[in-house]
Structure formats: C-alpha cells, structure tokens
Design a protein around this ligand. Structure first.
Ligand SMILES: [Zn+2]
Length: 60
C-alpha cells in the first residue's frame, strides 16, 4: 500500500482519516467502525462495500 495514498483519501461517510490495517488489508474508519476493502490494490471507498467492525476488534 502506498502511504502517500493514505494522506489523500478520506472516509466517504465522515470525511475523516482512514487507517490501514496490514493484517486484514483494509482501510479502517474508527469513527464509523467501518472497514473498507481493497479490490486489486485499489481501495473501495463505498459505504455499501464496507463492513462493520466487530466491537472486539480494536485498532489502537
Ligand atoms: Zn468515517
């Protein structure tokens, strides 16, 4: 994942900062508890494609 990309992309729901989860290959919004997937190395920043994080998942 290109880290420069992380600086320019934002959560489509709250417009906040996204965190990259290397484990799961997802982009995490802690505000909305959403995880956005990658498709062919392109982040899919669509609320409809995101999954809701389980409460026990933490990305501190
Ligand atoms: Zn958000």
């Amino acid at each position: 994942m290109d880290h420069r990309l992380l600086e320019i992309i934002a959560c489509p729901v709250c417009n906040g900062k996204l965190y990259y989860s290397q484990d799961k290959q997802e982009l995490i919004c802690k505000v909305d508890n959403l995880a956005f997937p990658f498709k062919e190395n392109i982040p899919v920043l669509l609320e409809t494609e995101a999954r809701t994080l389980d409460p026990e998942e933490s990305f501190s």
